[in-house]
Design a protein around this ligand. Structure first.
Ligand code: ATP
Ligand code: PH2
Length: 272
């Protein structure tokens, strides 16, 4: 990936843990590197095909002057969010925020924080078999889009499926989504759990009836395991009700552990 870089942007602002920093203010120096393909702009010589570094500098000034933060960590995070949320073509950013005049009692050239943030692509599985099933799946899409850090980018057809897993219950409506998100996997889990809760989801029977179930199937090519979260979803490759809608929007996507594409995994189910 190419990059567009801003080095040494000076902004006078009032961030800091100490009161004198908030009152007097000081100089901050910002470096930004944006991962963006510049080839189309380079071939056409057209600014509309690129990211205008002047407007990025304005945006950084606004972030740093509109509010005061205690930590340069927060300043860096806010700058990264602003850039990733404003410029669709920017896939990732590195941001460094330096304080050359930091009030410490020893000589330092600068103190600084550097962060790297990027847009993540994740795939979610949706299911409902209580009430107005289609409305619950639509609600999931609306609520995900309401989240500042998340955008639904593709939606599969919703398909009627028989219950899988041995519990006698009504048929499901299932679908899959592709999302773009700045959230970490754990943040995304909290977001989807909150949406399930808002849909009146109760956990009474394992694999039992539900108004709305949202599973995180894939998140970039990440393999992640914690007490509460396993990515890729541990059952996804066995489930026709996941693989059929997922193959509509990401048939080419390769499962990071099994090494097969979603379409191949689905074809494999037919043979069993
Ligand atoms: N990839 C994942 N996506 C969503 N939840 C997950 C994932 N991995 C682990 N979990 C955990 O599973 C817990 C139980 O989820 P839930 O009650 O929706 O299970 P289920 O829908 O009955 O079964 P399944 O997840 O096999 O479809 C969640 O609270 C969450 O902590
Ligand atoms: N057809 C179908 N069967 C299921 C489903 C589901 O979404 N669709 N979800 C389950 C647990 O998450 C258990 N069984």
């Amino acid at each position: 990936m190419d990059s567009i870089n801003i080095k040494g942007l000076e902004v006078f602002a009032h961030h800091g843990v100490y009161r004198e920093e908030n009152v007097l203010g000081q100089k901050f120096v910002v470096d930004v590197s944006m991962q963006v393909s510049t080839q189309e702009a380079g071939r056409s010589d057209d600014i509309r095909k690129s990211v205008n570094y002047g407007s990025v500098c304005d945006g950084i000034q606004k972030v740093m002057k509109n509010r005061n933060y205690k930590l340069i960590e927060t300043v860096a995070e806010e700058i990264a969010d602003m850039i990733l949320l404003t410029y669709d073509d920017v896939r990732g950013v590195n941001v460094t925020v330096k304080k050359p005049w930091a009030p410490v009692m020893v000589h330092v050239d600068t103190v600084s924080v550097s962060i790297s943030r990027k847009k993540h692509t994740a795939y979610l599985g949706l299911g409902s078999n209580i009430g107005d099933r289609e409305s619950y799946l639509d609600m999931a899409i609306d609520e995900l889009n309401k989240d500042k850090y998340t955008k639904v980018t593709r939606v599969s057809d919703f398909i009627e499926t028989e219950p899988y897993g041995g519990v006698e219950q009504d048929d499901f409506l299932n679908g899959c989504l592709e999302i773009e998100t700045l959230r970490t996997p754990e943040e995304l889990l909290r977001l989807v759990n909150g949406i399930e809760k808002a849909a009146g989801r109760e956990r009474l029977i394992h694999w039992g009836p539900r108004t709305l179930d949202i599973d995180i199937l894939l998140y970039d090519d990440v393999v992640y395991d914690s007490e509460d979260l396993h990515i890729p979803h541990v059952e996804m490759h066995k489930r026709e009700f996941v693989l059929e809608p997922l193959s509509m929007i990401a048939g080419y996507k390769r499962h990071p552990l099994l090494g097969k594409t979603i379409s191949e995994l689905r074809a494999g189910l037919d043979k069993q």
